[in-house]
Design a binder for this molecule. Structure first.
Ligand code: HAM
Length: 421
């Protein structure tokens, strides 16, 4: 028997309603906030991710699904959505459409991580990106949007963490301070961290092994220059004035290299170790870095699997997907079958979810099946009914049967459905 690849999932049955719930609300809210959808390919040139996410990040070092295609090119399944959207923005000359521009996406991402609850190798993100604004009002609007989305989904038990990473100049002094601090612990650091110490000292702060050292490390916010500090202060003021609850988290650095100034993460209180349900920030240098003009930008992404775990943990009731309300059954003859097909089509064209017997079972087996799949009404087309131009409707809850003239059957069923609601 074949098995799915470790860290991937088959989604069907009762799971699907959660995906509809999130995707529909995310699409609707994105439109309300002025985001247009963008769909980029699932794989890209490997270089794109190395350049944007960063050579020394865990994603690039350990987690990418990279392979050579038959033309000898190095290809990577996208581990995240920002780099592809930025690539599309530059490649398609989208800057010419004026600024700001706002895009959202929903789709699968791939990271070779150790699978556990809330951590998959194929997972899905809803992401949003804003191009063009350097102003903290854009950062505030983005965080307000993320918060609003979570609330619309029905979540309440989460916390928004924010921090500022300053700009490149601010980080020169900060990196020196970090080096000085970590120098005392160098011997006891994990092998990866020893390498990070040499190559990209900021990455030491999000090591999953040497967490205890990060706790006492110098804080980036003590090293912000005037402009960065002003930006961060104004963001906080705007968030407070908009009624958004947040906590400042001076050790939040995020696991991708492209960020500057604002970074944020949303943590759900009931998810245990994998509690980050969304994360993002500003990446003012990235568009230029991959060949475009200097265009400030920012965005965030939420993990859909983790949102679903949160919905379940908070016991949020999501809409059921409407199953077959009516089931059309019939007895053997050709005429009865023709009639059944026509009637099922008529009910469906009226928007009534309708099932049709496809297995040609006995009438009692058909009724049993209808009740198993939760149909509210059965249409029964028998020889006798055919002759008299009538149809029998059986209420599956009460067992009551009524006869309708063929021409009135659609209205009859509609009335019965309305009565039931
Ligand atoms: P990220 O923090 O790497 O950011 O991922 C965003 C979210 O995706 C996480 O908060 C988490 O909910 C979910 N996620 C990440 N990895 C996994 C996994 N292995 N299994 C399940 N869920 C996962 C980014 O990807 C950035 N591109 C976000 C961004 C957009 N920044 C600016 N614009």
């Amino acid at each position: 028997m074949y098995q799915k690849i470790k860290g991937t999932d088959d989604l069907y049955g009762d799971q699907i309603k959660y995906w509809y719930w999130i995707e529909e609300k995310a699409r609707k809210l994105s439109t309300i906030y002025g985001y247009g959808e963008i769909r980029t390919p699932i794989f890209e040139e490997t270089k794109l991710f190395v350049r944007s996410v960063g050579q020394d990040t865990d994603i690039v070092q350990k987690e990418m699904y990279t392979f050579e295609d038959k033309g000898g090119r190095s290809i990577t399944l996208r581990p995240e959505g920002t780099a592809p959207v930025v690539r599309a923005f530059v490649e398609n000359g989208m800057l010419a459409q004026g600024l700001p521009q706002k895009y959202f996406y929903i789709g699968p991402m791939f990271r070779y991580e150790r699978p556990q609850s809330g951590r998959q190798r194929q997972f899905h993100q809803f992401g949003a990106e804003i191009f063009g604004s350097p102003s903290p009002i854009a950062d505030a609007e983005l965080i307000i949007f993320a918060d609003r989305l979570l609330k619309e989904l029905g979540l309440v038990d989460y916390e928004i963490h924010i921090n500022s990473l300053g700009n490149e100049d601010d980080r020169i002094n900060y990196k020196d301070a970090l080096k000085e601090y970590y120098a005392q612990h160098l011997e006891s650091l994990c092998d990866d961290c020893k390498m990070r110490y040499e190559r990209n000292v900021l990455r030491l702060l999000d090591c999953k092994i040497d967490v205890k050292y990060a706790e006492n490390a110098p804080k980036i916010t003590d090293y912000l220059g005037g402009e960065s500090e002003k930006h961060y202060k104004e963001l906080k003021r705007l968030l407070t004035s908009a009624g958004i609850d947040y906590v400042e988290d001076p050790r939040l650095v995020r696991g991708l290299d492209y960020y500057n100034r604002t970074v944020f993460e949303v943590h759900h209180h009931r998810l245990g170790a994998m509690s980050a349900i969304a994360g993002g920030g500003r990446y003012d240098g990235l568009i230029k870095e991959i060949g475009g003009k200097e265009v400030p930008a920012l965005g965030f992404a939420a993990g859909i699997e983790r949102l679903i775990l949160s919905l379940k943990a908070e016991n949020v009731q999501v809409d059921e997907i409407s199953k077959n309300v009516v089931y059309v059954t019939y007895l053997g003859s050709k005429e009865a079958r023709d009639e059944a097909v026509k009637l099922a089509e008529l009910l469906r064209s009226e928007g009534i979810p309708t099932g049709l017997e496809l297995m040609e079972r006995s009438i009692s087996a058909q009724l049993k099946h209808a009740s198993r799949i939760g149909a509210k009404f059965c249409v029964i087309i028998g020889e006798d009914e055919l002759e008299r131009d009538v149809v029998v409707i059986k209420n599956m809850e009460t067992g009551e049967q009524v006869e309708f003239e063929k021409n009135f059957v659609v209205n009859g069923i509609k009335d019965m459905i309305t009565e039931m609601q």
